[in-house]
Design a protein around this ligand. Structure first.
Ligand code: ADP
Length: 469
């Protein structure tokens, strides 16, 4: 897969990259797609900010270079660190300076302006780092609003080697757009900017990315269509429609080595499709760990960020009637956390909520769950249904975005209306099959476990897109 026998050079930019820094699906994608592309023959390298919490020793980071740039017209030195993505040959660069330092990837909404500044500065520095690195990619693949100013920065660059770089933006979530005061442009030295794109003093990072990128992708074909509508376009449907011919949907995969019940070190007992009885052992041990008595009730798992998008508000006391136990793992909006905690308090024998980010526990829940619930309002792709299926947990999803593209009747259940009632009915139907038609249930489990969720298909599509540029 080379152009004129030359490897295509790609820089992959994301502010989350698993396992170094992850909050949700963006981190998973950034940690798994580049290795697949490398294996297909691309010279792909990753760059992200060096956050305070990244364990430099654990990941073997080495300082390899530094360079000077202008931020807010002041000189600043940025250090470049390098390592490889664990279990892969993909080179990863980390940029470090006082602006990029942060205790978290995303700070609280009250500090949002600082996030915008940080990510705008990172975008500028990622381009400037190319000179000391002597790595001039043909394509920069950048992700989400955080890097939305990149095309603008490329256009404004005085360096010919940078100016000719082509760009691809992947949108993982249209709901987060990065709207902030246009003053951020002063920070990164952009002094010419069309006034009509400034609305009440603000600019929109994602809109800039959409207008300026050569190609735009989103993480499922259905979501690529949905975002062109007023209901799901979050105000960007106009600019997206104007780029329609350059917009496509490429479904995410998952890291099938990291999410593999046969090898997973986090779970209690390994299993595969031929040894499904070991899955029940996982449930037994998780139930014990959660402080419940063992019984034969099936377990329904939920692992998610607690945000409005994920539809957790559809759970209500009605669900107490279902012959099932529920475990929720997640963190996010304090209001939603509280709401769920209040519901769970009313039925402690059947409901459990754990408010934290915990990779190991997440894997244990995937391995132990019989059902996996995803009642999202919208879902660009969704990875948890893919992981759930790989672990033989049957998903119940709302038919939207990537959930619609990946969960059919052979492997799971779905519902259309964004109501508690529709969700409840789907869960009731699933549980009736679980309790009364074990063979049909097993067939769904096995069909899900046998599906190919690896990155290969998607990575080939991305590679083609790079090459077409
Ligand atoms: P999103 O990107 O909207 O958060 P996805 O379904 O695409 O949703 O990806 C979520 C990823 O984050 C999955 O790998 C899931 O297991 C993980 N995840 C979400 N919440 C937690 C948590 N509290 N603890 C551990 N992993 C989590």
């Amino acid at each position: 897969m080379t152009i004129k026998n030359k490897k295509i050079k790609v820089l992959f930019l994301s502010v989350e990259v698993a396992p170094f820094a992850k909050v949700g699906g963006l981190g998973d994608v950034a940690g798994a797609l580049p290795p697949a592309l490398l294996k297909l023959g691309a010279d792909i390298r990753i760059c992200l900010p060096l956050y305070n919490f990244i364990n430099q020793r654990k990941y073997g980071l080495k300082k390899i270079n530094s360079f000077q740039s202008l931020i807010a017209n002041k000189k600043i030195i940025t250090n470049i660190y390098e390592t490889k993505l664990p279990n892969s040959e993909v080179v990863v660069y980390f940029l470090e300076n006082s602006y990029l330092k942060s205790r978290q990837i995303y700070n609280s909404p009250l500090e949002k302006t600082i996030d915008h500044d940080r990510f705008a500065i990172f975008s500028k520095l990622a381009l400037e780092a190319l000179t000391p690195l002597e790595f001039f990619p043909e394509v920069i693949h950048f992700n989400d609003w955080h890097l939305g100013l990149l095309p603008l920065l490329i256009k404004n660059s005085a360096d010919k080697r940078i100016k000719k770089i082509k760009t691809i933006l992947t949108i993982h979530n249209l709901a987060s757009q990065g709207i902030c005061s246009a003053k951020v442009l002063d920070l990164i030295g952009i002094n010419k900017f069309p006034a009509k794109r400034i609305k009440v003093g603000n600019i929109n990072f994602l809109a800039e990315g959409i207008s300026g990128a050569n190609k735009i992708t989103t993480v499922s074909p259905t979501y690529a269509e949905e975002i062109l509508t007023a209901e799901q376009g979050f105000g960007l449907e106009g600019v997206l429609l104007s780029r329609k011919k350059d917009l496509s949907g490429i479904l995410n995969g998952i890291d099938t080595d990291f999410f593999n019940p046969a090898m997973d070190k986090f779970i209690f007992k390994n299993y595969d499709a031929k040894k499904l009885e070991n899955k029940a052992e996982n449930r037994k041990l998780l139930v014990k760990k959660l402080g419940w008595e063992n019984n034969n009730l099936p377990l329904a798992g939920v692992v998610t960020r607690f945000v409005w998008q994920k539809g957790l508000d559809l759970f209500n006391e009605e669900f107490f009637k279902l012959p099932c136990r529920f475990v929720f793992l997640g963190a996010g909006d304090p209001q939603l956390e509280k709401q769920l905690q209040q519901l769970v308090k009313k039925n402690k024998d059947r409901f459990k909520v754990l408010i934290k980010f915990d990779e190991k526990l997440a894997h244990q829940i995937y391995a132990s769950s019989d059902l996996f619930l995803i009642p999202s309002r919208f879902e660009p792709c969704g990875l948890t249904q893919l992981v759930a299926m790989r672990y033989g947990a049957v998903p119940i999803v709302r038919r939207t975005g990537g959930l619609k593209d990946t969960v059919d009747a052979k492997v799971g259940f779905s519902f259309n209306q964004m109501t508690s009632q529709a969700f409840y009915q789907a869960a009731e139907k699933a549980l009736s099959i679980f309790h009364n038609q074990p063979e049909l249930w097993r067939a769904k489990q096995l069909a899900g476990m046998e599906r190919d969720f690896s990155w290969w298909n998607s990575a080939r599509k991305y590679l083609k897109l790079y090459q077409n540029l």
